[in-house]
Design a protein around this ligand. Structure first.
Ligand code: MLT
Length: 409
């Protein structure tokens, strides 16, 4: 009899977003006339930038000509894309990142999970609470945790609470941890990290031989020049951090799929026998074996993000979503709610009123206003009593959702 990976049995019944979709679908079946507005999952709604579409159309034509046709590409991504990323996203900000340290992939979500392939099973792992659920669930799947307790915490993980009291920035652990997940601008709270705060983490990681997994999927939403876009803007980070980035949220590639992971060449992990091992070599080996790269057409689309037109079109997209965030913040404040985030980040994090639980608030918003958000408790125990509203939607939908909340909540 074939056996299964029992670790999957430790997982909570459903991944958060499919679970929300299930509840919303049940509501719609019972109320087919309801015009539901979804501000739950952070999925983009606006069309792909023209520059990206033009580049992909041209790339399709390349594939129709024997001379420019492409078969398998490099597993790490095409050099012309990696070089543009290195130069525009990193070197232009003073980060010493070389194109060879950039690996193109089909998504940050996949890479955040896949990266665990190259790390040992005995690492002490720290996550913030609340947190993007993928970090936790992939560790559960890999057998890095025990069972879940009544609070929704997995035995063996170190949870670092982020709440209004600490400005949604975790206090550094007092114990030694080996792997640390950080996400800034933060999903779900919309908090950002100062240079000094990130420096403290880098110093901690270097002192303890830890590695930081830095998820910068939302860096394009930063407008405050004092806030770092990359962990590599911090002195010493190349020795202790891997960074994940995505074209999903800046260029609207959630359905097109393209992302990147930076693994610096001088990042070292320990083998069981105590020997130093270059992490880059393992990731390169992993990708070469398990991945065949992102399609040529999509990589050409991603490359267009760095053209003059592409940059202008992406700025317009980001400005548009950030105006949505401002409207959400203003209207919810008017409704008497305490709001956080939504500045330099596309998520607004709301304190639920009158002691409502996150799921009570979800149900009330769905039933009274036909508006969907994401319950904070779905991101971890310390998210209880909070609620996330995403700025990714059309202006009409955002205005209408806020009108309903002000009128009917
Ligand atoms: C979210 O809503 O948290 C995001 O859509 C998750 C993701 O990007 O995978």
């Amino acid at each position: 009899m074939a056996t299964i990976n029992d670790n999957y049995l430790k997982l909570k019944a459903g991944y958060l977003f499919p679970e929300i979709a299930r509840r919303v679908n049940t509501f719609i079946e019972a109320n087919p006339e309801a015009q539901v507005i979804r501000l739950g999952i952070g999925d983009v709604t606006e069309p792909l930038p023209q520059a990206c579409r033009d580049a992909m159309i041209k790339a399709v034509e390349d594939m129709g000509d024997r001379h420019s046709f492409k078969g398998y590409g490099p597993e790490q991504g095409y050099a012309w894309l990696r070089e543009k990323i290195a130069s525009h996203d990193f070197q232009a900000r003073g980060c010493d990142i070389d194109a060879s340290e950039i690996f193109i992939s089909d998504g940050s979500k996949c890479d955040c999970g896949n990266i665990l392939d190259i790390f040992g099973n005995d690492n002490v792992i720290a996550v913030t609470d609340p947190v993007y659920p993928v970090y936790v669930d992939t560790n559960v799947m890999a057998g890095h945790t025990g069972d879940i307790n009544d609070k929704g915490e997995y035995e063996g993980l170190v949870y670092l609470p982020i709440t209004a009291e600490n400005n949604f920035t975790a206090t550094l652990p007092t114990q030694k941890v080996d792997l640390i997940y950080l996400c800034f601008p933060n999903n779900p709270t919309g908090a950002t990290a100062t240079r000094e705060y990130l420096q403290a983490w880098v110093d901690y990681a270097r002192a303890n031989g830890s590695i930081i997994f830095y998820d910068a999927a939302y860096e394009a939403f930063i407008t405050d020049p004092s806030i770092p876009h990359s962990i590599y803007e911090i002195a010493g980070a190349k020795e202790c951090a891997i960074e994940f980035r995505s074209f999903s949220k800046n260029a609207g590639f959630t359905g097109t799929r393209c992302a990147l992971t930076v693994v610096p060449k001088n990042l070292i992990g320990k083998a069981k026998d105590g020997a130093d091992v270059e992490v880059w070599k393992l990731w390169n080996r992993r990708q070469s074996t398990k991945f065949n790269g992102v399609s040529y057409i999509v990589q050409r689309g991603a490359e267009a993000v760095y053209s003059a037109e592409g940059k202008a079109q992406i700025k317009a997209l980001i400005d548009f979503y950030m105006e949505n965030a401002q409207i959400i913040r203003d209207r919810l404040t008017e409704a008497g709610l305490a709001v956080y985030g939504g500045v330099n980040a596309p998520y607004v994090w709301v304190k639920t009123p009158d002691g409502l639980t996150s799921w009570d608030f979800f149900d009330k918003l769905l039933h009274n206003c036909h508006v969907v958000g994401t319950p904070g408790s779905g991101f971890g125990a310390a998210g209880e009593g909070y609620f996330r509203i995403s700025a990714f939607n059309s202006r009409d939908n955002v205005n209408e959702a806020m009108r309903r909340i002000l009128e009917k909540f």
